[in-house]
Design a protein around this ligand. Sequence first.
Ligand code: BGC
Length: 756
Amino acid sequence: MNRTRIIAGGRRIGTLLAAAAMVAPAMAIAQAAPAPAEQSARPWADQRLSPDERAQMLLAAMTFAEKLALLHGPMAMPFGPYTMPDGAVGSAGYIAGNDRLGIPALQETDASLGITNPMLVRGADDMATPLPSGLMLAATFDPQIAFAGGQMIGTEARAKGLNVLLAGGMNLARDPRNGRNFEYLGEDPLLAGMLGGESVRGIQSTGMVSTIKHFSLNGQEHKRMTVDSVIDEANHRESDLLAFQIGIERGQPGSIMCAYNMINGVYGCQNDHLLNTVLKGDWRYPGWVMSDWGAVEALEAATGGLDQQSGEQLDQQVWFDEPLKAAVAAGTIPAARVDDMARRILRAMFANGLFDNPPVAGAPIDFAAHAQVAQRVAEAGIVLLRNEGGVLPLARTAGRIAVIGGHADAGVPSGGGSSQVTAPWRPDPATPVRTVPFGGEGMMAAWYNTVFHPSAPLAAIRERAGAANVTFNNGLYPQAAAGDAAAADLAIVFAYQPSAEGDDVADMSLPFGQDALIQAVVAAQPNTIVVLETGNPVRMPWADDVPAVLQAWYGGARGGEAIARILFGEVNPSGHLPVSWPVDESQLPRPAIPGWGEPEDTVVRVDYDIEGSDVGYRWFAREGLQPRYPFGHGLSYARFEYDGLELRGGETITASMEVTNTSGRAGADVVQFYLVGKPGTPRMQRLIGFQKVELAPGETRRVEISADPRLLAEWRSAGDRGWLIEGGTYQVAAGADAATLPQRQDVALGRRMMRP
Ligand code: BGC
């Protein structure tokens, strides 16, 4: 077949739509439509039946063409020569419904960080509440907050008439330059799996389907369409796949989105091993696999485990229309496979209420209440990285405060790409939203914007500063900013890092000369606080000179208020790093980004076996490296001490420890338990449990966790496939972060083999 392929800025566009190009199949595949009496009966409408029974009944009533129609759909926005599909609410994707059988359309929207409105397809007035970045959510270490965020997003989706949320991004952060880490949940499988699962559970509690994505090892954005993520089975099972497995178990997502990249040489959306053997086989996943937009390379995807082709204009062919029909007619793909695809979709729709409790477009949204949900994430996820000499919290008596840089007069930054909330809610819709494009070429360039969500830290600081005189300098000229700082009693420098889907950041430095700005300001004013608003950890050449540093990520709808409340001590910081914070790139498994500088379309092999399953803090432990700040690090205005670690063995390890707030302020700590030794593996580290606890001044609590036994085990691919816990002595250490573990104990475990 004569096809042209255009690669533009990382997204692949097919120029011919298969429907027009395909030759009609020799054999017509038709099934008689059910008689009218059966139609009106619609026995699958009976809510007392299980989702499986209902899906099976409905499937039996469908013609082949009706089944096929469920398996593919276009983008739900005008795109190039394509107009908006009829019936689409407008967002990322659309799968037409079926009036004859009463099947609702799938109205799909991106939603990891709020309901999106790409290219303002639903109009600039269609606002949504932006949540803080995924890394900020992970920094809360609080599953309840994740659930609440998901529930908030689902509620807004209902009110806009949407019913499938492309949320649940949880690829592990294997590289601090990944342009999309801000959408994900950090480097640890337990943390990412738990929080991702809870957020999906929250979304689906509102009668939506949510995805979990991007399955799997979508570990870098650079050359994401041609990158081959190479990894050994055991390494994969113990890291990224374990995160997905935990997330799927907790969240029960209706759908899984496969990834753009290859995994061990096979594209993610046709990867038989991943989709059929692991996901649908070992994990018995009952939902459907949808493709990422433009990620379907060939019809093999149908046998490789893909159930639905999304954003079909972006592929070279609408594979799941005429080509699939022709393959079934020719007998190369069994008709039963098409049944399986359609059944999986219908089952998830029944299980999540899409038939029984459809969303109502136009329902009112309580934005003020939703902003509180976003604020709660931000207040629990800001990480106090450093606080020397008790600079923070600020007294309200400082005579003059110089606020500098980072567009702090406009709002808090957000990451670019499909997850970005471009029409953020603001109390007064007339408030302008500052958007700063990165510039650049290619198709993804339209997505490369920093949208400042209009919660301005400057205004929030002024509100709390009492009689103090608060000045603002945009930070463009370091010496001018230093002048303002010198004339004040205290300086607060806001520094930001843009990042976006579609590419990685080139290196870990702060762009726009912000390091020089910070250095000039702190040289002029020793009382300087730096507030970092970044998608990822950055190099901090000035770290030892600046007395206080707050990591404020991308802060969402009320990020400015959250920052100010923490600065002034209205809220005691309790966020902890969900990623290790390297000093610089030399400490990474891959100091250079694979494929950087190579021509477009080059197949880039990324060797993830360098670190294997030792992602992040495990890599630092294995290599004996000291990061700038370890995983789990986060200071408080309170102080916590630990005592009395106790372990019990048996089926798994149960660990408990006392934590005491020894300060005069209430605060929350994240108590962390790590496996640090097991038979034959002297230098190792794995987070096996954590708990966030609120403690009054002087209060002591005993915190207990029970480890998921897979975290104690190793994956065995040969023979009896599964998780093996070797019998012997295991050591657990507990404390404040991956490198501060004052309590340590041994425990014995018997040998145990567990199914995949
Ligand atoms: C992204 C997905 C997203 C999809 C639809 C893709 O570019 O990788 O995360 O859900 O677009 O917008």
